[in-house]
Design a protein around this ligand. Structure first.
Ligand SMILES: *Cc1c(COP(=O)(O)O)cnc(C)c1O
Length: 359
């Protein structure tokens, strides 16, 4: 007998992931461009052209007219690069970065790699960055203020214009992490992007709500000087400098991001957001009706206080679930999450609850 070919998971019961099934055009483009390396743009010219298209499109998504940037390996790399650019541009001898406690753990990595002091401040009662609490720890050595547009745990959007004022007063740069929220926010009333405030850099990941294949993250900068601050000389390549953190990198991610943006921006993303938001509100209501404590979905992400035995019983039934640091269940309504899936999930929850309660 032939050994079985390994297969990935299906998405049928995945409620935990911030990634999703790629759009068919994005999958096809990823396959076509597997053997390319945008890290060497003079050799791999066609994928280099696609990368510029992606940056231009991401500029449209985020309200930036002449965007600078590139397709990173993900939000982690983009966040490291934002911190690196700020560190390289500041005149402070011992630079620090100020961020709310809701910040993604990639900033911990960034601070460690770059030897920068990361100052974490408490959030407000709605789990958003508190500008006053941040102002308390900002000083003359603050190089970067971080705001999150769509937090990983609760989908909250920080008050970006207020953070921009804080950054301006401190003579620091402002980075907005929209890794997950960036493809939903254009269809909401939130003020989060380059046109709403003096944002300097942004993370926005095509491989999350952008429906591109992994790995496709996005790093954007308002000024060319930010890219200059990241660039190193590249002696053995025909191109003269490189601003990315990785060297050889995935052309599949770049091409797939280009294809997804081509297919979906803006109408397809709007439709996906509206569907996902309606699903999140539906499941939030269903859980509230059952007496659970639900944290309302600002974006398509629901957090709910669920007893541990129930969480375990649902995992036993094949549901892929995630938890916040405080232990709440997180349901991320990504494009692969349908109303039918959520209905089946709630039915299983009812079943498991009777079993767990022994009623
Ligand atoms: C997912 C996420 C990241 C990290 O992105 P990766 O692509 O996993 O590296 C950073 N910030 C936020 C807000 C995220 O949700």
């Amino acid at each position: 007998m032939e050994p079985a070919v390994p297969q990935p998971q299906t998405f049928d019961r995945v409620l935990s992931s911030m990634c999703t099934r790629p759009h068919p055009a994005a999958r096809a483009a990823a396959e076509r461009f597997l053997a390319t390396n945008p890290g060497d743009p003079e050799t791999y010219r066609s994928v280099a052209g696609l990368e510029q298209d992606v940056v231009d499109r991401l500029g449209e998504v985020t309200g930036l007219d002449s965007p600078h940037g590139y397709v990173a390996s993900g939000g982690t790399e983009a966040n490291i690069q934002a911190m690196r650019a700020a560190r390289n541009r500041t005149e402070a001898a011992d630079p620090n970065v100020v961020a709310p406690e809701s910040v993604h753990f990639s900033f911990q990595k960034a601070a460690e790699v770059l030897g920068v002091d990361l100052r974490i401040t408490p959030v407000d009662t709605d789990r958003r960055a508190d500008p006053d609490a941040m102002a308390d720890v900002v000083d003359a050595d603050t190089a970067l203020i971080v705001g999150i547009a769509g937090t990983t745990e609760y989908g909250r959007v920080d008050p970006i214009p207020a953070l921009a004022d804080l950054a301006a007063d401190a003579d620091a740069l402002l980075h907005v992490d929209a890794a997950w929220g960036g493809f939903a926010l254009p269809f909401t009333d939130h003020e989060w992007n380059f046109s709403h405030a003096a944002v300097d850099t942004m993370t926005i990941d095509p491989h999350k709500l952008g429906q591109a294949a992994v790995p496709a993250g996005g790093f954007l900068a308002r000024e060319g000087a930010t890219m200059d601050a990241l660039a190193v000389e590249t002696p053995y390549l025909e191109s003269t400098s490189q601003a990315t953190l990785t060297g050889t990198r995935s052309g599949a991610g770049v091409a797939s991001a280009a294809a997804a943006l081509d297919e979906l921006w803006p109408a397809g993303y709007r439709q996906a957001y509206e569907r996902a938001q309606a699903n999140a509100e539906w499941v939030a209501a269903a859980l509230t009706d059952r007496g659970f404590d639900v944290i309302d979905p600002v974006l398509p992400l629901v957090a709910v206080d669920l007893p541990e035995p129930l969480f375990d019983a649902l995992t036993e039934r094949g549901w892929r679930l995630a938890r916040t640091a405080r232990g709440e269940l997180r349901i991320v309504c990504m494009p692969h999450v349908t109303r039918e899936m959520l209905t089946a999930f709630v039915r299983d929850l009812d079943d498991c609850r009777s079993a767990v309660d022994g009623t």
